[in-house]
Design a protein around this ligand. Structure first.
Ligand code: AMP
Length: 413
């Protein structure tokens, strides 16, 4: 009798309704934030992952499922970001669409030692927003992950947040660690001794108590961050604070992949035990260029579906099929108000989005039109001063000032 491969699972009929529910809730929530689905192949050239994730990443070193043909070396995808960036560039989306919000669901493959919550074939639900450096986008993505968890009826999770800084800052942090840990190597575990040479930052989030003891004494703060990265991180936190998202800044959080820069986050759930990450993500501002595209900021995250199913068993609500409300916020203060407004609309299950490309009023209006928005909501200096919003009905062209408390009823009528 044949048996399934270790670390894979059969999803039997009694289990599929839970999968369907998770997928359905995800699609509904993603559409509230104006994300569109992308489906990319399960196999790619292995070199795509080597280049994106970095040769020293654990996935590349130990966990790739490699398929060799006579001429080529392929890999079963271990994650979605690299393939999606490849597809973004290959299909010229940078030229035709520019900034884009994408979501995906599907199986990923890693040659791991199977255990609870750690499989060789598992499933991601993830999102990638490509083409923006705006820190409000980081805040929106983290709040999207938080929103998904609430809709899945997961509670008691923790959002850990950090900024790795730009490439230069990461190098600075690496050399500080080299200086600080050079004479303490004998206290580190065998893996961290190797990481010291090849992937030094990973020592910071080693789960072994002995390594944590050494690292916690180093008092890593944010002093490796350059002024621009400090401002970026402060704006991300201000955005999250304005949305009342509970998070914890954790200077020891690093992600194992080379492509991460600036904001990184991880969402954990205590009940999962040793493999406690429900999902994780971050910025990857160099990856599009690294893979042959233009210089564009980007950010994404993914949840592991099997782990979500270990912590939830309940359903959510439907999103209606209304037209998009496009928010145009001009200026830093208006952007924070814009973030709050988007959050309010989504809580009312109204589909909405905003500009993350720093467009002028005129080109943001054009974008709203291209997206087929039903309404545009404008917040500029004038609106802030008067505590009003300018609402434009895109089908009649009528524009008027309204009070914020009138907004929901005006959009619904
Ligand atoms: P990563 O791409 O490693 O950041 O993983 C994102 C999420 O995918 C994790 O937080 C887990 O929920 C899930 N995940 C990663 N690796 C596995 C695995 N081997 N088995 C099951 N779930 C996984």
């Amino acid at each position: 009798m044949f048996k399934r491969v270790g670390g894979t699972k059969d999803i039997l009929p009694q289990e599929s309704p839970f999968w369907q529910k998770i997928e359905e809730i995800s699609r509904n929530v993603f559409s509230l934030y104006n994300y569109k689905e992308i489906r990319v192949p399960l196999i790619e050239e292995a070199a795509l992952f080597n280049r994106s994730l970095g040769e020293s990443a654990e996935i590349i070193q130990k966990q790739m499922f490699i398929i060799k043909s006579k001429e080529d070396t392929y890999a079963l995808r271990p994650e979605g970001t690299a393939s999606i960036v490849r597809a973004y560039i290959e299909n010229n989306l940078d030229k035709t669409t520019g900034f884009i919000k994408l979501y995906y669901t599907g199986p990923m493959f890693r040659l791991e030692r199977p255990q609870k919550g750690r499989l060789r074939q598992f499933h991601h639900i993830g999102a990638e927003a490509i083409g923006s450096m705006d820190p409000s986008l980081d805040a929106e993505i983290i709040s999207l992950a938080d929103h998904l968890l609430r809709e899945f009826s997961v509670d008691n999770y923790k959002i850990k947040l950090n900024s790795l800084g730009c490439t230069k800052d990461k190098k600075e942090l690496t050399s500080r660690l080299h200086r600080a840990l050079g004479d303490k190597l004998y206290k580190l575990c065998a893996d961290c001794k190797i990481r010291f040479k090849k992937n030094t930052l990973r020592i910071l989030d080693c789960k072994k108590e002995s390594c944590q003891g050494v690292v916690r004494k180093l008092d890593i703060q944010d002093s490796h961050l350059c002024p621009e990265c400090k401002v970026h991180f402060a704006r991300v936190r201000a955005g999250l604070d304005s949305l009342k998202i509970n998070y914890e800044v954790c200077s020891y959080l690093v992600r194992g992949l080379d492509y991460y820069t600036r904001t990184v986050f991880e969402i954990t759930h205590q009940s999962l035990g040793a493999q406690d990450a429900l999902g994780a993500g971050g910025r990857y501002d160099n990856l599009v260029k690294e893979l042959g595209g233009p210089e564009l900021g980007a950010m994404g995250f993914a949840f592991g579906v099997e782990r979500l199913l270990l912590v939830t068993r309940s359903g959510g609500q439907e999103v209606g099929s209304q037209k998009l409300v496009y928010v145009i916020a001009l200026g830093d203060e208006a952007k924070i108000q814009g973030l709050k407004l988007l959050d309010k609309l989504r809580k009312e299950r109204i589909i909405c989005d905003t500009d993350y490309e720093g467009k002028s009023l005129k080109s943001a209006m054009r974008k709203a039109n291209d997206l087929g928005a039903g309404f545009v909501l404008l917040i500029g200096e004038d609106e802030l001063k008067k505590n009003v919003l300018t609402l434009k009905d895109m089908s009649s062209g009528k524009q008027e000032e309204i009070r914020p408390e009138e907004l929901i009823s005006r959009l619904r009528c």
